[in-house]
Design a protein around this ligand. Sequence first.
Ligand code: C2E
Ligand code: CA
Ligand code: CA
Length: 395
Amino acid sequence: MLLDLDRFKWVNDSLGHLAGDDLLQRIAKRFLSCVRTGDTVARLGGDEFAVLLEDYGKSSKVIEIANRLQQEAQRPLLIVNTDVHVSASIGIILNTGNYLTTEAILRDADIAMYRAKELGKARFQIFNRKLHELASQALQLENELREGIHSNELLLFYQPIIDIQTRSLVAFEALVRWDHPRLGIVSPNTFIPIAEETGLIIGLGEWVLREACKQMQRWRAIHPKVAGIKINVNLSAKQFLQKDLGQFVRSTLEKTGLDPSLLKLEITESAIMEGGNKTVDLLGDLQKIGIKLAIDDFGTGYSSLSSLQQFPINDLKIDRSFVKELAAQEESKEIVRTIIALAHTLNLGLVAEGVETEEQFNILKELKCDCAQGYLFSKPLPVGNVEGVLDKYIP
Ligand code: C2E
Ligand code: CA
Ligand code: CA
């Protein structure tokens, strides 16, 4: 079995490394108490453990132990006067008889463990053929993405963001697509996670920013109407771990000549929280040179309202899940009302995402939301189709 602790990073970051070490030692002792004398419990590194159970015969026995390990991981630990709750994601290989190398066993246990994490953590997953296929498909897609980035298969679509009071265009959000030679247009929901896991996101993110700024300059050159329109670009949490992100953004603006005040970067709450103070500082620096910042998918993360006040941001984008239920659920309307009141108190602009119906639009208008984005106005469009939006939404 391979065990990876869920939320360990959080303990390390919030309570410090000594607390993290303490937790690992105590959890390791608990794990030892779950197995027989001849079995092995090892720490592989970080918060990852391997458990080798020998000659158990019945798989139900193994599952029983997996459950016990899970319970031991979940039992609260008192660390630095704090009750700490973690859990474990466990990947299990039931039969190692067919394996030729230890590496192959660990690789498949790792695949199963990741699957357990993907399925919501705090659970175990037994390795099987299907998982093997999924993993090799993911590997193939990764290699194709690497190739695709080099051979210019990426492109940007643009979705208008509309001022609710005037129904006029205020910005475009750039949304990346992959024009795959075999699969056609691939959604970013499929390939961004792969890019993030493999580090390809850095090059991909740089390309997106450069291309979006260039495109904006092209439009500005040919359409006088585009003058005040902003461009929103998504940044992945992983891009903040890069130390020269600030420098890259600045040099991209210089090279393309785009005015910093026309660029808005969209980041999720969790990206800011994970990056900690360094990210907050970096955002502050970007804001000083005039770039605007928006929190994406607002309401789905876990930032506290008090930390919101400390983030250097300009806009909140209300997540689509709230807008979707706006007309049907009174609660969603109340949540949106509260987010809007909060944003106005903090002097933040607001964009409602995923507005699909006039009914949703009218409720947002009544609630005094600033801007809306969604299929009601337009889907994300390839460059060639943006002309129509300019004519329709710029007076
Ligand atoms: P997001 O930033 O929340 O982008 C909005 C998503 O909602 C887009 O999906 C858009 O097509 C979709 N959408 C917009 N209006 C509506 C609507 O009315 N109804 C519905 N059902 N959906 C609507 P898309 O383009 O598939 O992008 C998915 C996600 O991929 C984005 O979510 C963003 O997190 C990520 N992404 C896209 N482009 C980039 C990029 O260049 N860099 C990074 N790091 N992430 C990106
Ligand atoms: Ca976004
Ligand atoms: Ca969003």
